[in-house]
Design a protein around this ligand. Structure first.
Ligand code: NAD
Length: 383
């Protein structure tokens, strides 16, 4: 069945990497006998939207996406001069894209900063709408910040020595948002036969927010997945059941470097998930090839996980890999498993041939550097 996919080209290198991605995804579908399975429709956001409509994120775009099943976007810059804090964050909050999902696997042959990148095979599920990303904060010395500090001290009995001219921020984390994210992670692990889900949190210090995340995770698993998982202490007798464990965030950062093979699906609050998913991407070769998707209960919104790389824009030197691999995730979800496999194999073959865009070629001895379009052409041949 033909599916509509809405696309946002993106700013900076966005149009270049999107152009290559669209052609390649269509070609992969064609090769797998499903030519024309996607109807592409453009929607506006970012600078292009601002030029045409006077808004960085037009209501029409949000309205379209509220009724959409699939969308994909290039990177969007943060508008300079205020008005909107971040278009990406605005998308997530307006469309309730509560889960940011990033699979992290290694392509054999890529140069990486670690000795055994092949041991990394993880999928990060990051809570995407609350935590410090809600942006509830007040400027140092502002009347609001002073009032809030006074309220904390006088009304709530906070004894901590908060400097009176501090900037202050609020970190809301709820059972509802934590649980629906963790539900998605556990369901994914069960559906795909993954061995474990690890709840990542900083609950030793932030007992009610991050500690809540951990507790809500175990509560949810008991309430909704009873009999299908075991806690870590019983891992030896799991008998094929999922192992649910938890790690304090600072420990998790060293675990993914030292013992990555022990981890499979990670469920994290917003900020720690942001850090972890970029760090893990670097561990297997960089953001240039890290795919990602933001999901609500109705929409899967795929994206390039890097930014707009303004200094590369218009020079045909960017790596389209992240957006292409996000496109492969989308093909997979649509049921075009063969087309998705072809896209991944095409990238694996380019790595094996050592013909790569500059960000990957420059660290790989003997590699040939290809421009964005030439790399897209090579992938097309490899399909
Ligand atoms: P960036 O990701 O644009 O660049 C960081 C580094 O990675 C730069 O050296 C850049 O050249 C390189 N890089 C990024 N993408 C690349 C690619 N496809 N191929 C090769 N090299 C690549 O991050 P930044 O400089 O911090 O941010 C620039 C703008 O992008 C900002 O406005 C920021 O807000 C925005 N941003 C958007 C997203 C998004 O849309 N998801 C994510 C991060 C940053």
């Amino acid at each position: 069945m033909r599916k509509t996919v809405y696309f946002v080209e993106g700013d900076g290198i966005g149009p270049e990497i999107w152009g290559v991605t669209r052609v390649l995804l269509d070609k992969a579908l064609e090769k797998s006998g499903c030519g024309g399975a996607i109807e592409w429709k453009e929607i506006l956001a970012g600078e292009k939207a601002f030029k045409e409509t006077g808004s960085y994120l037009p209501q029409e775009t949000l309205e379209t996406l509220r009724h959409a099943e699939y969308a994909i976007k290039g990177p969007l810059g943060t508008p300079v001069g205020g008005g909107i804090r971040s278009i990406n964050v605005a998308f997530r909050q307006a469309l309730d894209l509560y889960a940011c999902i990033r699979p992290i696997t290694y392509f054999e042959g890529l140069e990486t900063p670690v000795k055994h990148p092949e041991r990394v095979d993880m999928v990060v599920f990051r809570e995407n709408v609350e935590d410090v990303y809600m942006g509830v904060e007040f400027m140092a010395g502002s009347p609001e910040a002073k009032r809030l500090i006074a309220f904390l001290r006088e009304e709530l009995g906070v004894k901590a020595a908060i400097e009176p001219d501090s900037a202050v921020g609020i970190k809301p984390m709820s059972a509802r948002n934590s649980k629906r994210l963790i539900r998605k992670a556990i369901q994914y692990a069960l559906d795909s036969g993954r061995p474990s889900v690890t709840l990542v949190h900083k609950g030793n210090i932030q007992k009610f927010t991050e500690g809540g995340f951990r507790q809500w995770g175990y509560d949810l698993a008991a309430e909704e997945f009873s009999g299908r998982w075991v806690p870590e202490e019983e891992a030896e007798n799991a008998g094929g059941r999922l192992v649910l464990k938890d790690r304090i965030a600072d420990n998790m950062f060293q675990q993914v470097l030292a013992k990555p093979e022990l981890y499979s699906v990670l469920a994290t609050p917003n900020l720690n998930g942001d850090y972890l998913s970029d760090a893990l991407a670097a561990q297997v070769g960089g953001l240039g090839i890290a795919p990602g998707v933001n999901m609500s209960d109705t929409l899967a919104f795929y994206e390039a996980t890097h930014g707009t790389a303004p200094r590369m824009a218009g020079k045909d030197i960017a790596n389209p890999g992240s957006l292409i691999l996000s496109g492969a995730l989308m093909l997979e979800r649509m049921g075009h498993v063969d087309a998705a496999r072809r896209v991944r194999s095409a990238i694996a073959k380019a790595v094996a041939l050592k013909k790569l865009p500059t960000d990957l070629a420059r660290t790989l001895p003997g590699a040939q550097t290809l421009g964005c379009r030439a790399f897209g052409d090579l992938l097309g041949e490899n399909l």
